[in-house]
Ligand binder design. Sequence first.
Ligand SMILES: *Cc1c(COP(=O)(O)O)cnc(C)c1O
Length: 389
Amino acid sequence: MRTVYADNAGTTRLSETALNAMLPYLRDKFGNPSSVYSFGREAKKAVEESREKIAAALDALPSEIYFTGSGTEADNWAIRGAFSKNAGKVRHVITTAIEHHAVLNTAAALEKNSGAEVTFLPVNKFGQVDLQEFERAVKKDTILVSIMTANNEIGTILPIEDLCAAAHARGVLFHTDAVQAVGHIPVSVKKTGVDMLSLSAHKFCGPKGVGVLYIKRGAGIPAFLTGGGQERTRRSGTENVAGIVGAAAALEESARNMNANIAAVTAMRDRLISGLLKIPYSFLTGDPVNRLPGTASFIFECVEGESMILGLDREGIAASSGSACSSGSLDPSHVLLAIGLSHEAAHGSVRLTVNENNSEEDVDYILEKMPPVIEKLRAMSPLWEEKIK
Ligand SMILES: *Cc1c(COP(=O)(O)O)cnc(C)c1O
């Protein structure tokens, strides 16, 4: 049976380039970057060259790049770091209702346990924040704004440059979770002016377990992990050398192929969207214009998203409903509720995310197999019977 992997917002296949770059560091070049003899120096050099590549891809300085163990860790560091930096003050944080759980639950934990005050900004039906509403939310006690560059469930791209400028006009630090954006659309910290940015290698064909937090020079964010003093004393722990090398190789490759990838991936996404919207009682979620090249996200009324994922799996298609993190729970996605969908509608969500490893044949296969899966599920649904009566 043909298999089609269409859950690239969940994770991606490791690129061949990244794998080959990593292999020597998993075999012979196993030194600890902190050791002074040649094995160590070789590993240290690999980490520093990777830092330079990642900095170049983001328009940052190498000294502003900090390796972490995941995108989640980078988000935690940004938020908890800004919070610790302002110890002893009233601390107000602004974020949005559609952030990844790595941001949302971190802000919520600080609110619950550490006395932070958090504003979760609402979004419109496309997942966009209202700039005026955002400006009104900023208070004299606001210490941090954290708004994602692009949403992982509905693909909406947010205007980070404008939001960051508005925060800076009020002297507030700005963090963006750019995990879904980096490697897929141009991201420049110079252009947007953000103070902190999170990324994760496994979302752009790098290895799992490698994240980066960009911290602008002078932002004053304290160390996150204390210990042996790695990452210029800000994030201790022996470096994941092979992972870091793989992350840099994957990002360099994505940057090199970005224009071609965007063109090919957008074409596949648009064919998925126009093909699947022919199914009755279906609609697109997220911003129809400002959206990630690879994200096709839908609601199919009177279908249970989880059943659809299993039905698609039986045809060899890997897709997602809501976010991967919340599958297994019956709560509908917080993102879909935030864009104004009812619980009932939100349950019918399906997200197909394609990247440069997909082909037009994959799209053909999905367009062939998906409508009958939906038809079959609807035929068994009492809600559907009501609807078409
Ligand atoms: C995947 C993802 C994360 C978490 O990154 P991990 O490296 O998997 O911890 C954070 N934010 C967004 C938007 C994501 O898509």
